[in-house]
Write a protein that binds this ligand. Structure first.
Ligand SMILES: *Cc1c(COP(=O)(O)O)cnc(C)c1O
Length: 411
């Protein structure tokens, strides 16, 4: 008799984007012809840059000839040229990595979801609240939680670390001992960026307890302030306690192309496993479950990391960050309280007049025809907040901000 993984039945809380879709479809059915301005999903909209296109085309061209054709890679953890390009990328932050510490993948979402599988089921998981939903959901599916408690909006057994105005949207370590700690900086959804001092507290905590930090740096290219860390390995001791996951999705527009990477340092130690073991486990896991990132796409990734590619990608980042400025300043001019949007492409606004996240969602949809994301969908501490994304065409962003100004001003 086959049975299902009944942990999936616990996933009651994960209804955010389907529910947004349902409300948007209902609105459009009732108001045909109204153009909606979507600042909801964090999805890139601008074309790939010329150097990257050249790299991808060169990758295709190599497959067109028997002399240069390649099939399966010998090792699914990435092509040497790609790993070397990432090694050079990290040198810019004074971080030196062995090629064997770099694992190329098809994205940061799969990596941040899969990484938990190399750790024991008994590990206690801690997440920022609010957080990117993948961290919690994948640990629920793996069986590291109890039931979802609709009253608290939390899964039992998972430690939620509130990120609020009071702590600058970055948590202190909790009282209890936690083993797997997910940190995302620059943060989706709050747009907050951890300082070196804030990360050091966590590194000290993790090293003292042999805990592991899973550091999601998918938005590191959006950091403009040179004093803020763009990799956790800029801090001493991080290699002993942190795995870093990152992506080409947001910086190079690879959301549909698919390319990311994980760094699993040889020096990482966990209870009962010597240095090197966790690195070996991730290699073993990837070689079993994954046949490597597309060779064409890796050629595009190498091009994105070239000097020309980096310059062009910075242009993409600047484009989206100008959108972020337009949203932030537009809302601040209307006396809304906003966070983020300076070193991250998300604006985290406080809903006005104590409205709930979903009440404000409906108001914005019906009165301004703007779609955003209710903060509570990212965790209970997101209640009373709302996320606006800077990913979009500049003209649409300006129209959305103008519409908010014209229709919500006297709320
Ligand atoms: C967009 C995003 C990613 C990127 O995922 P990919 O699978 O590489 O597209 C990872 N983490 C966070 C927090 C994100 O918002």
């Amino acid at each position: 008799m086959a049975t299902i993984n009944s942990n999936y039945d616990k996933l009651g809380g994960g209804y955010l984007f389907p529910e947004i879709g349902r409300r948007v479809r209902q609105f459009q059915a009732e108001h045909p012809g109204v153009k909606l301005l979507k600042l909801g999903i964090g999805n890139t909209t601008e074309a790939l840059t010329p150097a990257v296109i050249d790299g991808l085309l060169a990758g295709v061209e190599r497959l067109a000839h028997v002399e240069t054709y390649t099939g399966y890679a010998d090792d699914s953890t990435g092509e040497t040229e790609m790993k070397k390009a990432l090694q050079l990328f990290y040198r810019r932050f004074n971080v030196s990595l062995d090629l064997a510490e770099i694992f190329v993948s098809d994205g940061a979402k799969p990596d941040s979801g899969n990484i938990q599988s190399i750790f024991g089921i008994e590990n206690v998981v801690a997440v920022q609240d609010p957080a990117y939903p993948v961290y919690v959901d994948t640990n629920v599916i793996a069986g590291r939680s109890g039931a979802f408690d609709a009253r608290t909006g939390q899964y039992q057994g998972i430690i939620y670390m509130p990120c609020t105005q009071e702590n600058g949207f970055f948590p202190q370590p909790p009282e209890e001992k936690v083993d797997l700690i997910y940190l995302c900086s620059p943060n989706n959804p709050t747009g907050a960026v951890a300082t070196k001092e804030q990360l050091k507290i966590w590194i000290d905590y993790a090293r003292a307890r042999q805990s592991v930090i899973i550091f999601d740096a998918a938005y590191s290219a959006f950091i403009k302030d040179a004093t803020l860390p763009r990799s956790i390995y800029e801090l001493d001791g991080a290699k002993e306690c942190a795995i870093e996951i990152s992506s080409f999705s947001k910086v190079a527009g690879f959301t549909g192309v698919r390319l990311g990477w994980a760094v699993v340092p040889q020096a990482l130690v966990v209870e009962g496993a010597p240095a090197g073991k966790v690195n070996w486990l991730w290699a073993r896991r990837q070689n079993t479950f994954f046949n490597g990132a597309s060779n064409i796409v890796q050629a595009g990734g190498v091009a994105a990391l070239s000097d020309a590619g980096q310059k062009e990608c910075q242009g993409l980042v600047d484009y989206y960050m100008n959108n972020a400025r337009v949203i932030r300043e537009g809302l601040q001019n209307l006396d809304y309280i906003c966070y983020g949007g300076v070193n991250a492409p998300y604006i985290w606004m406080k809903t006005p007049h104590g409205l709930s996240s979903w009440e404000f969602f409906d108001l914005l949809l019906h009165d301004a025809h703007v779609v955003g994301t209710p903060g509570v969908g990212f965790g209970p501490s997101g209640e009373g907040y709302f996320r606006l994304s800077a990913f979009g065409h500049a003209a649409d962003i300006e129209q959305a901000v103008a519409s908010i100004r014209d229709h919500l001003k006297r709320q």
